[in-house]
Design a protein around this ligand. Structure first.
Ligand SMILES: Cc1ncc(COP(=O)(O)O)c(C=O)c1O
Length: 351
């Protein structure tokens, strides 16, 4: 609390990211980062940005990057928006589409930044409970609301909803924006980017942080029809017209141009994920089917807090929420095979 802060700032509860403990002996499986480095093309592209490009402001519209994304995802450049991480794009989308009077709907168990943006921007919310098996039923969404938002796959549960159900939701709620946060869609869930021509109320956000190993670069994208993209641009240009710097624009294009590396990395992570799920199940864990680069797992003794602490003592960081709904569960990012072996070795020793 501070006398100098506004009432708004005094009552904010900011988002708390997973710990960023560093060191060579730390196994970091708590923020869904990619265990593999970015493509070598990215490093080369950053090195090749000349100092003149740094002296000048970057292209405020990131046109070349948007063209590269449009060609990659088979859309038009005016259907693509880029930002400083998908978090920033979400914040702009909240301002552009969700500040009406009716409450914004999102899942009760979901990305914990959503309620933070609502608080910041004075948006009321209507949180929709998950089913008891943590699945998300889109039939429970819609009706009288100011917008709909959900990650696909959802976080931290790792479960995805089908494209058929998303289409139904879009069709039944044509008057509000439906934002599908596809931060983890690189790892197996069906993307709905291909539906933006058909549904003028659909916005899809993506990130370079997970599947493309570029969390440190801060680059995200949104796909929607040109009218919604223009709405995002109007908010951006009323706030910060150069959110994506010259290095990020060059690096993003280079990443998109190295498809083989991207595919190989994703396939490695998926193989490690399936192997880890099998091994955890073999020692009695319940693990939800995952289409993400993380898994949601509950120990046989259900004491996830104890498992979290045991891992932490060994410098293996995973995510644990000590609240009523999630206290029996851990969210574990998929690392390398070797990192997952070390995690399982610690968990095996717990009774
Ligand atoms: C569901 C979800 N959406 C969006 C983000 C934001 O990603 P970034 O800002 O790195 O693009 C995250 C990050 O963990 C996430 O879990």
């Amino acid at each position: 609390m501070s006398l100098f802060w506004t009432d708004l700032v005094n009552r904010l509860t900011p988002y708390v990211p997973g710990k960023q403990r560093t060191g060579t002996d730390v196994i970091k499986l708590n923020t869904n980062e990619n265990p593999y480095p970015p493509s070598g093309h990215v490093q080369a592209a950053i090195t090749n940005v000349d100092s003149d490009a740094l002296r000048r402001y970057p292209d405020p519209h990131s046109l070349k990057l948007r063209q590269a994304l449009a060609s990659y995802h088979k859309t038009e450049a005016d259907q693509v928006f880029v930002g400083n991480g998908s978090d920033e794009i979400l914040a702009l989308a909240f301002m552009a589409f969700f500040t009406g009077k009716a409450p914004l709907q999102f899942p009760q168990i979901s990305y914990s930044f959503y309620p933070v943006y609502c608080d910041l921007l004075n948006i009321t919310s209507d949180v929709i409970p998950l089913k008891s098996n943590f699945s998300l039923s889109l039939d429970d969404f819609g009706g009288d609301c100011g917008g709909i938002l959900f990650p696909n796959p959802n976080a931290p549960t790792s479960l995805a909803v089908s494209q058929t159900n998303i289409k139904k939701l879009l069709k039944n709620n044509p008057e509000v924006v439906v934002l599908v946060d596809e931060a983890y869609a690189d790892f197996g869930a069906d993307s709905v980017i291909g539906l933006i021509d058909e549904y003028p109320n659909l916005v899809v956000t993506r990130t370079f942080s997970k599947g493309r190993s570029l969390a440190g670069l801060r680059l995200g994208a949104a796909f929607a029809n040109a009218e919604l993209i223009e709405g995002l641009r109007r908010v951006k240009d009323s706030f910060n017209s150069y959110p994506v710097d010259a290095l990020a624009q060059a690096a993003g294009i280079a990443s998109l141009n190295d498809e083989k590396y991207y595919r190989d990395t994703i396939n490695n992570i998926i193989a490690t994920r399936e192997r880890t799920i099998d091994r955890l199940k073999a020692i009695g864990y319940q693990v939800l089917p995952s289409t993400a680069n993380f898994i949601f797992a509950s120990p046989p003794h259900q004491n996830a807090g104890q498992a979290f602490a045991a891992l932490d003592r060994k410098n293996i960081l995973v995510r644990y929420w000590n609240n009523e709904q999630l206290h029996q569960w851990l969210r574990i990012t998929i690392g390398t095979d070797d990192e997952m072996d070390q995690l399982i070795e610690v968990l095996q020793q717990l009774d």
